[in-house]
Ligand binder design. Sequence first.
Ligand SMILES: Cc1ncc(COP(=O)(O)O)c(C=O)c1O
Length: 345
Amino acid sequence: MSDVLHYYRGRVALHAILEGLGAGPGDEIVVQSYTCAAVVEPLLRLGVRPVFADISRDTFGIDPAGLAGLLTPRTRAVIVQHTFGIPAPMPEILAIGRTAGVPIVEDCAHMTPGTVARSGSVASFWSFEWGKPVVAGVGGSAVVHDAGLAAEMRARYRRYTAPPPAREAVMAAEYLAYRVAAGTGVLWRLRSLYRRLAGLGMVTGSYSPDPMNSPEYGWRMSRGTRWRLPSRVAAGRARATGRRRVTGRDIGYVPHRIPVVVGDKERVLREAALAGVEAGDWFATPVHPLAGDDLAAAGYTAGSCPNAEWAAAHVVTLPVRPGTRPADLDRALSLLARIEAKTDA
Ligand SMILES: Cc1ncc(COP(=O)(O)O)c(C=O)c1O
């Protein structure tokens, strides 16, 4: 039986898993490039050195071909991300981990709970924030398969506290706003507006994580998110079959986003937005959204993961929502193809 523990966010769940595995200063953890800063933040907080693995251009997850060469006696774990819901090749990765004696942790933030078979990893973590397959509010869970790790994490879990009441109240208001806005497309329009203003230099997109000082790493999941979670997961599972068939055929997994390779990403995103079609830019850098000095501070060396840098520059993603139909996806794909054709002309 797996043990399930609920934390303030997905990154807090990851931090708890890594701490439970004994990761600390001087250790290394392998994590894929083409990920988000939220995944690297817990490593930095623990004083662990992130070692970035390049991705495969097929799965947008870790390329097993280069993985064994990244493992050293200091490697405490490998984090395997199922990017956009596309399952990473777990049997190959688990075999590499077993040979080296390194545990595998799965980042299931883009997966739909209840639709994923247990793989042989020591633990997986999940996120239920906006933009994830199941939205229940800010929150994350750890599903721990290894009995020793579960016992260690349970013992530490007693020290975690509930978020302060004021934070709970803000989160409840945010969730309400999300539910109202989600059905109207307002969220995406606000993001498009932000993109246009950023393009005009009217806002800056800088992001400076402060993982060392955030009290959030000591909090459990908020009461509101915890209360909503079972019904939101049940609703997500009920609609998963439709999402598996969003391309018109059963693709064997539940996609979260559909990646599309384009030439001129900025232009495609701009023109798609003007045509009223939602396309996502993430991950826009190997450790989204970090760039320049912030990217280097996260431990990423420019040029070290060419496939991740290629994907960051050339992949846009189309959302797969519970109500997305194959015809909607077809329309969006044709529009992107028309924009691309114009780009090339
Ligand atoms: C792939 C991936 N992993 C982990 C996370 C972290 O989740 P959370 O925001 O709940 O900490 C996110 C999102 O932010 C994500 O996209």
